[in-house]
Design a protein around this ligand. Structure first.
Ligand SMILES: Cc1cc2nc3c(=O)[nH]c(=O)nc-3n(C[C@H](O)[C@H](O)[C@H](O)COP(=O)(O)OP(=O)(O)OC[C@H]3O[C@@H](n4cnc5c(N)ncnc54)[C@H](O)[C@@H]3O)c2cc1C
Length: 267
């Protein structure tokens, strides 16, 4: 289906982008367009103005600090993450984005677009929740930083409000992580997924079972402990053509155990 007519702005700076977003209630940021253009074609979204963030160098790049903290610009693509020597400081990042869809999507899709879309089937919301990412949001009144529990608010809904932009994601040091998913075909959309981080205490974030990642913190990576923690979360996942609620709840347990074991093996 063809796009409806839409205004297009290509700002030269983040400040100009914020002005363009603030000037029109119907303005939306355009990152890789791999979700937004598709929902526009399907008439599920109909912005008046697209504010194209491509070309804003301020929103790109991956920096590694001396303590192992990574700072990733919102407009960094999956392909750039996979290729980055700095991003290998947190190996799970490149490993997971390398499995998203196909090379075309990975060349265009951005880490910022993925989390701002907050599609519950996306790979990155649970990964960011498990590894303790922090999100920097810029708006007319300046910048603020929020953690994952305050960032992901609902289906397609995040703490990035109207007139605001996600500018960067800060990821703490750590190597002991895991990720497991059941997908529709190889590298396809997730039916269920789980990300685990064992850098200090164990944190597991479950994806596709609720509007936002569900975080559980079992006492150990022991399979029984992980299963018990997932059961105590009283999941009420959606049913759809791909999986019933019961099957998704079952997968959440299985995948949580796999992700935790992977994190343990890297310890
Ligand atoms: C065929 C196909 C298969 C896919 N499979 C998967 C998959 O298996 N797993 C997965 O995780 N993803 C998958 N995706 C989605 C893909 O990863 C998208 O790239 C991602 O969801 C959105 O990133 P984007 O950069 O394309 O953002 P866009 O589509 O440009 O934007 C998405 C939303 O975020 C907002 N936004 C973007 N950047 C910012 C910012 N910096 N500040 C504020 N708001 C912003 C936009 O306004 C828009 O509302 C798939 C996409 C396609 C086309």
């Amino acid at each position: 289906m063809l796009l409806r007519e839409v205004e297009y702005a290509k700002p030269a700076s983040v400040a100009d982008a914020l002005s363009a977003l603030a000037a029109n209630d119907g303005a939306r940021a355009l990152a890789g367009g791999q979700t937004l253009i598709n929902v526009m074609k399907a008439r599920a979204a109909s912005p008046d103005v697209l504010v194209d963030l491509n070309g804003l160098e301020e929103l790109k790049g991956i920096e590694l600090a001396g303590d192992g903290t990574l700072t990733v610009g919102a407009m960094t693509t999956y392909t750039e993450l996979v290729a980055s020597a700095e991003a290998k400081a947190r190996p799970i990042l490149g490993e997971v984005v390398a499995t998203i869809a196909d090379v075309q999507v990975r060349n265009r899709g951005t880490i910022g677009g993925n989390v701002c879309a907050n599609d519950p089937t996306n790979h990155l919301p649970p990964l960011m929740a498990a590894i303790g990412a922090r999100f920097t949001i810029a708006g007319a009144s300046g910048e603020r930083e929020v953690d994952a529990s305050d960032f992901f608010l609902g289906v397609y809904l995040t703490a990035v409000g109207p007139g605001e932009l996600l500018t960067k994601i800060t990821i703490p040091a750590g190597k002991h992580d895991g990720f497991a998913a059941i997908t529709l075909g190889a590298d396809g959309t997730c039916i269920a997924n789980a990300a685990a981080s064992l850098n200090g205490s164990l944190r597991i974030a479950l994806g596709c079972v609720d509007a936002v990642p569900v975080v559980v913190e079992p006492d150990s990576t022991d399979a029984a402990a992980v299963r018990a923690a997932v059961q105590q979360a009283n999941l009420d996942p959606p049913s759809d053509v791909h999986a019933s609620a019961e099957y998704r709840a079952h997968l959440a347990e299985v995948l949580a155990v796999r992700a935790a074991q992977q994190a343990q093996e890297r310890n």
